[in-house]
Ligand binder design. Structure first.
Ligand code: FEO
Length: 396
């Protein structure tokens, strides 16, 4: 594991610990391009602030990086923007080594972080939305961002340089050394990160994005992934995502054991394409869950194709339905097709679970045994109808 650092502006250093050793983020979401933990040092004439820490499992590069730039004893303020352990894991030790530093965070940051991350209450100074700290020519102004991604989260604005430290907001996965996202967008996973980490609270993300627009920063400095100087572009993207505004796309998620359900899915996908949607077909058994969520985010139409397995949808589909029930996507229409050998149930249960996730199901088709030519044609027609519904409702 290694780190990069660079000067964002005079006296402001960005550090990125590049983690290509872990296979998963939060021990679940696959990160084939790796990830990074970013933290920042801001030096004024009167004080030095550290903004965020890192996962304690990357303590070695964290300390190498920090000590390459500052003697920790010189730090006067430690800003805990978010106390999830990927940000706060090293902060208790920083506070030990910076005995004069105040710990700044929202009230809830201490409530959560005292037990979770060992943050010392005696060093804590609560800050709220609009509060600021003068470091001498460098001001830190705090911006509440609750539920982006936990309730205690805040951002930090540095108005003199137009830099906004955004914590999880605008983050991405990727262990590329690129400093800014626009240098190497292919090596970062921006959409997967949003869909899996932040997409659970879109209304709160939307509010935070509005605040960012009002502040008008020139640089967005998240705590994961590359920084952003293409500010207008990413704000537009985030506004679309946070409002679940879909593109002219369809996602077909397939759970097929022997290929018969897949044949129905392909026929329905053909109908969706004829209906003018760009179609992605995803095998529920092999697709990563964050990729499924990311494709769901952009789709106006969802088609579930499932065999029946023990009276229920096939296992990969059951997992995808769990994701839909948890993340509750909006602005999509859905349909279900499936094949069973001797007893049905998969299509019915999938339909019920889609509806319980708040997704309108406009059609379903369940076939016994190998689909006939007529049944494949019926699936194609179902796809055309689903595309027409999606266009009518969301794409006019
Ligand atoms: Fe990067 Fe929500 O922690």
């Amino acid at each position: 594991m290694r780190y990069v650092k660079f000067e964002l502006a005079p006296g402001i250093t960005a550090f990125r610990i590049l983690n290509d050793a872990f296979e998963r983020f939060e021990n679940f979401w696959p990160i084939p391009r790796g990830t990074s933990y970013n933290f920042y040092l801001v030096r004024g004439s009167e004080g030095t602030a550290l903004i965020d820490g890192a996962d304690e499992r990357v303590s070695d590069p964290f300390w190498d990086a920090l000590e390459s730039e500052v003697d920790p004893a010189e730090i006067t303020h430690v800003v805990a923007q978010h106390v999830e352990p990927d940000h706060s894991g090293t902060l208790a030790r920083v506070l030990e080594r910076a005995p004069g530093a105040a710990l700044l965070g929202t009230k809830r940051a201490l409530e959560i972080g005292e037990k979770l991350a060992g943050l010392p209450s005696g060093r804590f100074r609560e800050v709220g939305d609009g509060d600021s700290v003068d470091l001498g020519g460098r001001t830190l102004r705090f911006v509440a961002a609750p539920f982006v991604h936990w309730p205690e989260t805040m951002m930090t604005h540095l108005p003199e340089e137009g830099v906004l430290f955004t914590c999880d907001l605008f983050g991405s996965h990727g262990a590329s050394e690129a400093e800014f996202y626009d240098e190497d967008p292919e090596s970062f996973e921006l959409r997967d990160y949003y869909a899996s980490i932040l997409g659970i609270y879109p209304a709160m993300v939307g509010r935070a994005v509005s605040r960012v627009r009002e502040l008008g920063p020139r640089i967005l400095a998240p705590s994961h992934g590359a920084l952003h100087r293409e500010v207008g572009e990413i704000l537009d993207l985030y506004e679309r995502w946070a409002s679940w505004r879909p593109l002219a796309r369809a996602l077909v998620v397939v759970g097929s054991q022997y290929g018969r359900t897949e044949a129905l899915a392909r026929a329905a996908a053909g109908g969706l394409a004829e209906g003018g949607l760009e179609v992605t077909v995803a095998d529920s058994a092999s697709w990563d869950p964050d990729d499924l969520l990311a494709e769901t985010l952009d789709a106006a139409a969802l088609l579930i194709a499932t065999s029946t397995h023990n009276g229920r949808p096939f296992l990969g589909i059951t997992f995808y339905l769990d994701l839909l029930e948890e993340y509750r996507p909006k602005n999509k229409v859905a349909a279900v097709v499936g094949v069973h050998g001797w007893a049905g149930g998969g299509v019915r249960v999938a339909r019920e679970r889609l509806e319980s996730a708040g997704l309108p199901v406009v059609a379903s088709l369940e076939v016994r045994g190998s689909p006939s030519e007529g049944e494949l044609a019926e699936a194609g027609e179902l796809g055309r109808r689903l595309a027409a519904e999606a266009r009518e409702r969301f794409l006019r």
